[in-house]
Design a protein around this ligand. Structure first.
Ligand code: UGA
Length: 456
């Protein structure tokens, strides 16, 4: 099918590449010409495992352009995947969504077009997009020869595993108030739903994975499914973090507790990894938007708010632990392992490392950070933050009064702690992700404090 994608961020680019790989004719549109030039030369503007390789494989079906007419005129399905960042009051900034909708209205020409909201948009945005498209269409077309329908198709991919999440999804959700639009979307996703495509060698199909559940609903329900899913995942993490603090007090080990409750199939074992909590572009933004929608309807979203409060506390706890161990932060040297909000991404949005480093610097400490892939981006995006960047993970231990593990890159587990301990001024490591094995630290003579464990 002829498909256009507006916005080449994480969601837009992954969707475009995956649909082209599945055999559709995809044109990705973005206003950022530098990004489009980069994509046209085969380079990927974001770090996401396997995306460049899949882009290469899908190349015959994939175009990148800054010209809205080229992308939209012949399209039968148009995805809107533009950013919806939070405004200072917590509600999402919908200006990119608005201009995408207006541009669609100006350029669409096919007889039947499904316009798909892929961006996470507030409930009711489908209707709003429809009215924007209609107004722009009427203003630019003398006669009406296009029928268009707005659908919602929320995205559930995670950064760092975006392609596997997309190709081997738990479900595809499509909301629209017209059955024909649902059928067009089902047809678009058919190879994915029925898993008829040959999986790329670098992304093998999980064993016994045979089909993807296709769920259709009305427009509003699909919009709410996205927010409810992210809020639920966020509160699952905050719940285990609240229990983790209690575990520390009563002498329990949160990792055993997570396993113990996760084996209950009603609870499930995923997203129960305790630590410094969630960061990234989605959970903070979407929980805040959900609360702001609740407010519009006079509904206090108490559970979602509590999840946010507990999450904010996790970052403060790292500082509290350091203060309790070191007493004075002024003049101390603190190493930080991991800067991005999670491993296998260089995305620094709402990364806990930033807030923690900033607080330490404000309190007079010297901070040295390391990340396997996010350092170049940190140097650019965190220009105002006065920290040093180490060339190797080992260097953050040099003369350190403490080292904090913020992002659980597996390679950090393999560091030679025995020899690194010799380089530390004070042998203290705080593990914010439950990555390290306490035995290695005992042998190295380093005091290890792990969130959620009663540390001795
Ligand atoms: C999240 C959702 O998982 C996706 O389903 C959704 O599509 C996406 O937001 C979105 O709305 O775009 P993402 O933010 O990329 O995906 O990454 P996650 O793997 O969900 O991790 C989010 C944060 O939670 C990370 O900081 C991670 O370290 C933290 N986390 C995750 C925990 O602290 N504990 C866990 O058990 C799991």
């Amino acid at each position: 099918m002829k498909t256009a994608i507006i916005g080449t961020g994480y969601v837009g680019l992954t969707t475009g590449v995956a649909l082209a790989f599945l055999g559709h004719e995809v044109t990705c549109l973005d206003v950022d010409s530098a990004k489009i030039d980069q994509l046209n030369s085969g380079e990927c503007p974001i770090y996401e495992p396997h995306l460049t390789a899949l882009m290469l494989q899908a190349k015959p079906n994939l175009k990148f352009t800054t010209r809205a007419d080229v992308a939209l005129e012949k399209a039968e399905v148009i995805f809107i995947a533009v950013g919806t960042p939070s405004l200072p009051d917590g509600s999402p900034n919908l200006s990119y969504l608005k201009s995408a909708a207006q541009s669609i209205g100006v350029h669409i020409e096919s007889s039947y077009v499904v316009i798909v909201n892929k961006s996470t948009v507030p409930i009711g945005s489908g209707n709003w997009v429809e009215s924007l498209v209609r107004d722009a269409y009427r203003a630019h077309h003398k006669e009406s020869h296009t029928q268009f329908v707005v659908a919602s198709n929320p995205e559930f991919l995670r950064e760092g595993s975006a392609l596997a999440d997309m190709l081997f999804a738990d479900r595809v959700v499509v909301g629209a108030d017209e059955p024909k639009a649902i059928e067009v979307m089902r047809k678009l996703y058919q190879p994915l739903i029925e898993q008829t495509f040959e999986a790329p060698s670098f992304l093998p199909r999980p064993e016994n994975f045979r089909a993807v559940h296709f769920l259709s609903s009305d427009l509003q329900s699909a919009e709410l499914i996205k927010y409810a899913a992210n809020a639920f995942l966020a509160l699952k993490i905050s719940f285990i973090n609240e229990i983790a603090e209690l575990a520390e007090k009563v002498g329990a080990d949160i990792h055993s507790v997570s396993r113990g409750i996760g084996l209950d199939s009603r609870i499930g074992n995923r997203f129960l990894q305790a630590g410094i909590g969630w960061g990234g572009s989605c959970f903070a933004k979407d929980t805040s938007a959900l609360i702001s929608t609740g407010k519009e309807y006079g509904l206090p979203m108490a559970i979602t708010q509590a999840a946010r409060d507990v999450n904010a506390r996790q970052r403060t706890r790292m500082i509290e632990i350091l203060m309790s161990e070191l007493k004075i932060l002024k003049g101390r040297k603190i190493g930080i392992l991991g800067l991005a909000f999670k491993p296998f991404t260089d995305d620094l949005r709402d990364a806990p490392a930033f807030e923690i480093a900033q607080t330490l610097v404000e309190r007079g400490a010297k901070v040295v950070g390391f990340d396997p892939i996010a350092m170049d981006r940190a140097k650019k995006e965190w220009g105002g933050l006065d920290i040093e960047y180490a060339a190797h993970p080992e260097s953050v231990f040099d003369e350190a009064d403490a080292v904090l593990l913020i992002t659980e890159w597996p390679e950090f587990k393999e560091l030679a702690f025995q020899s690194l301990s010799q380089k530390m001024k004070n042998r203290l490591v705080v593990d914010g992700r439950g990555l390290f094995d306490s035995k290695n630290f005992r042998l190295a003579g380093i005091k290890l404090i792990t969130l959620g464990r009663s540390n001795s």
